[in-house]
Design a binder for this molecule. Structure first.
Ligand SMILES: Nc1ncnc2c1ncn2[C@@H]1O[C@H](COP(=O)(O)OP(=O)(O)OP(=O)(O)O)[C@@H](O)[C@H]1O
Length: 303
């Protein structure tokens, strides 16, 4: 479990993190989101004692990181996959880390296997691709079999098979009762991986809620209807709070009516339907709506 209470970090005049309070619960995957510069990396660094809070506290499994006698056994962190001695082999890197905590060769071999690094374990890390570096970072995070995992952009640089592997791995770790806290800029991936979301904007928590609530709250569901009588149907569906977009092939995109209402209305008027689908809203849309006011580095629309 990770608990932040009134946590702040200032760099000179710049407030990177402003009085945030949140708990990352065990047994579920919590996604950590926010626009560039929102304070995610700063928060993660404070969690693992790499940055000192200007105010407030953050604990991992009940204690500040620095007070744990064997921190690798409490929290495994993937913060910067490139922060590895490039002259070492992957195996030697893991053995060196393991030695600081009295972790044996057997566990090193286990995490190498778990992360699919067997074929490159004796190669120098300097020659690793981004994806291999990520796998090594995840292997290092898992080394101490920790109850809490902190993964900053774990799918960065991974191929589709690697992305799927991370998704399954974090799900498995959460199902074992561990606390999993991960950041990603890939909303579609986050929607598939996380159970709960904490969203930062300009150093403050703007959302702390289940993924399903975030998606449902940020967007109105759309229903796609296809009918040979689409014009007649559109006239019947028209109402002040209802938006209808007509497309080719007798397709209507309806916002403001549930699929059941549309189906019943069509049946009552003897209008055949060839398709009636509720389009699930995307996390990306909900996220964009939520963070529209807190984006610090705005880009111009491409013309
Ligand atoms: N060492 C530092 N000195 C001064 N300012 C800093 C320092 N580290 C971070 N900042 C500032 O603090 C703010 C938060 O940065 P942080 O890297 O935590 O954001 P982030 O949410 O991780 O962003 P990104 O998605 O781009 O990684 C930014 O405005 C950043 O410029």
């Amino acid at each position: 479990m990770i608990t932040a209470t009134g946590l702040s970090k200032r760099y000179g005049a710049k407030t990177a993190v402003n009085d945030i309070t949140f708990t990352v619960q065990p047994g579920r995957v919590t996604g950590f989101l926010g626009p560039n510069g929102a304070g995610k990396s700063t928060t993660m660094r404070m969690i693992v004692g790499l940055d000192r809070p200007s105010a407030g506290t953050v604990t991992v499994n009940g204690k500040p990181y620095a007070e744990h006698k064997a921190p690798l056994r409490e929290v495994g962190a993937l913060l910067d996959a490139k922060a590895v001695h490039t002259g070492r082999t992957a195996e030697n890197h893991l053995l060196a880390m393991a030695a600081t905590h009295g972790i044996g060769r057997k566990r090193v071999a286990e995490v190498i296997e778990l992360t699919g690094l067997e074929s490159v374990a004796r190669k120098r890390v300097g020659g690793f691709s981004l994806g291999m570096g990520q796998r090594l970072g995840i292997a290092a995070a898992l080394l101490g079999d920790p109850a809490t995992l902190l993964l900053d952009e774990p799918v960065n640089g991974l191929d589709p098979e690697g992305v799927l592997w991370v998704r399954r791995l974090v799900r498995h770790l959460a199902d074992e009762g561990r606390t999993v806290f991960l950041s990603s800029h890939l909303m579609s991936e986050m929607a598939l991986t996380a159970d709960h979301l904490i969203v930062l904007g300009k150093g403050e928590v703007i959302v702390d809620a289940p993924v399903s609530d975030v998606i449902a709250g940020g967007t109105r569901p759309r229903v796609r209807v296809r009918s040979p009588h689409s014009s007649q149907l559109a006239d019947l569906l028209a109402a002040p709070e209802v938006a209808i977009v007509r497309s080719e092939g007798g397709v209507l995109e309806v916002t403001g009516h549930e699929a059941s209402v549309i189906g019943d209305l069509a049946a009552a008027n003897g209008l055949a339907l060839h398709e009636l689908t509720t389009q699930s809203a995307s996390l990306e849309e909900a996220y964009m709506a939520l963070t529209a006011d807190v984006v610090e580095y705005r880009t111009e629309a491409v013309r």
